[in-house]
Design a protein around this ligand. Structure first.
Ligand code: SAH
Ligand code: SF4
Ligand code: F3S
Length: 471
């Protein structure tokens, strides 16, 4: 029997459910600490959600494993943004069948954006009977209750949609890094770009209160976090609908006042809402990175209109020109869609010329993928995939040329980097510049998690090599 668990939570609090789950799981794991395996697909929003899920699981007595076979609880946090993302999820969930056969007590769960789509949840229900818990993006705070129901109810639990989304403050967070942190400032999206599923699976736009954000931010700085990224699908419309609405730029100014040695990043900025005030704020700030991710999607006005992006090429370029004038070392990155329904080769060439004109540090490039329920999915799409793939190859070649020139221009400069990790194969340290470029250096692993000055000694197409400046 299956259940849609949409009734309001009973009188037990989530903390009480968590305590009960903890007891039951310890018994089931025969005195051992129960282990959870979490796999996250998709964007930083999902990564941040998974850190909350892990926080809640910790509250329920779990520790974490990197191996599915060892886990008592397996959870896939899914993404619906393109078909390829969905196919991978179904493939990987299917592969869990064998693990479940070998370990019948394993609890297998799927959550995230895909599960907010009826057809995807139905497919899990019908084709993957070993998945015993499914929940959507608005249900994370009820995970203790959902897991309790799954373990004790003797039936599959499907808890999706149904509730008007609220912001739950105060959830525990298990952060994956000790020096890089994600901080969600707003949830959902109201923009309904015609190709995009996100507004359907993440619900309406809602902002956290500035007080809650400032408090979390200060705590992160005090704990020693060096690189804090503010998250939202469209951070520049932050603040709408709050009792005392404030702009995103104002929020940035308040955060930037915090004393300490750290960098602020943010994503994503929608060009229709990015203001001159934003770039003035970055220019005047102490801690805000001179890197902005500003997706343009297409360089052609007709395509932009059909995408419902609500800016045109000229507005985008004039915003970029203002930004570069205010912040001469500004590093811009972007997202692009190739082969939107009805796009012609000539229109695609406007995308190529925009890329040359702006000179992006790097690009995230996507071939258009139809998403059921969106407006673009109903549009005529006559260009075959192979043709779009050729356009994509041309776009990648163009960007590679630009990136190569840009990287070469960095040689001889000294950059302040955050040392982020070590490449297991080469043994080199991987560092990130303020502008979001990767520099590889030789050096001791003890440097990981701290800032350093690095002299750039050579450049590849996308990656730089350097050495610590004081050596
Ligand atoms: N809120 C962000 C983007 C979130 S989705 C913004 O507006 O910029 C991340 C990227 O995926 C988008 O910028 C877009 O380039 C790409 N994308 C979204 N839907 C897509 C689709 N149906 N097909 C191909 N790419 C898509
Ligand atoms: Fe999707 Fe557009 Fe919202 Fe970004 S702004 S999440 S592309 S609808
Ligand atoms: Fe994917 Fe959901 Fe992010 S659809 S891109 S994980 S908001």
């Amino acid at each position: 029997m299956e259940e849609n668990l949409l009734a309001p939570a009973d009188s037990r609090s989530q903390e009480e459910y968590a305590a009960e789950v903890s007891q039951i799981m310890t018994v089931r794991a025969m005195g051992q600490v129960p282990l959870a395996y979490i796999r996250t697909y998709g964007c930083q929003q999902n990564v941040a959600d998974s850190e909350k899920i892990k926080g809640l699981l910790e509250r329920m007595g779990f520790q974490f494993t990197e191996t599915e076979e060892d886990a008592d609880f397996i959870l896939f946090n899914t993404c619906a943004v393109r078909e390829h993302a969905e196919d991978r999820v179904f493939g990987n969930v299917g592969a869990l069948k064998n693990s479940k056969r070998r370990h019948p007590s394993q609890i297998i769960a799927v959550c995230g954006c895909m599960m907010e789509q009826e057809h995807a949840a139905e497919r899990i229900r019908k084709s993957f009977p070993f998945v015993s818990l499914v929940f959507g993006t608005h249900m994370i705070h009820r995970l203790p209750e959902l897991l309790y129901e799954t373990i004790t109810g003797g039936r599959r639990v499907f808890a999706r949609g149904g509730e008007s989304p609220v912001i739950t403050e105060g959830l525990p967070v298990h952060r994956d890094s000790r020096f890089k942190a994600w901080l969600t400032v707003m949830y959902g999206c109201d923009n309904f770009c015609s190709y995009c599923i996100v507004p359907y699976v993440r619900g309406r736009e809602r902002s956290r209160s500035p007080q809650a954000i400032v408090e979390e931010f200060r705590a992160l700085v005090a704990e020693g976090y060096k690189d804090i990224t503010l998250l939202g699908q469209n951070v520049n419309s932050y603040g709408k609908g709050l009792e005392d609405p404030i702009s995103f730029a104002e929020l940035l100014r308040r955060l930037d006042e915090t004393e300490g040695d750290y960098r602020i990043r943010f994503m994503t900025s929608h060009p229709k809402d990015a203001t001159h005030e934003l770039f003035d704020t970055i220019a005047a700030s102490k801690h805000i990175s001179h890197h902005v991710h500003l997706p343009f999607q297409s360089g052609n006005d007709r395509v932009l209109r059909e995408m419902n992006r609500r800016y045109d090429r000229e507005k985008y370029l004039s915003l970029v020109s203002y930004a570069k004038q205010k912040i001469p070392d500004l590093s811009l990155t972007s997202d692009v869609i190739v082969g939107f329904p009805g796009e012609t080769y000539e229109e695609f060439c406007d995308t190529l010329s925009l890329i040359r004109e702006v000179g992006f540090t790097s690009l995230f490039t996507f071939i258009y993928s139809p998403r059921e329920g969106t407006r673009a999915a109903k549009m005529d799409d006559p260009i075959p995939h192979e043709e779009k793939a050729r356009w994509m190859a041309e776009l990648l070649r163009t960007q590679e040329e630009i990136s190569t020139v840009r990287c070469a221009a960095m040689v001889g400069r000294t950059e302040r980097v955050l040392v982020e990790g070590i490449n297991e194969k080469t043994g080199l340290l991987e560092c990130r510049t303020d502008g979001n470029l990767i520099v590889e250096t030789e050096g001791p692993a003890e440097r990981i998690g701290s800032f350093a000055d690095v002299a750039i000694t050579s450049a590849g197409n996308f990656i730089l090599r350097g050495r610590f400046a004081e050596e």
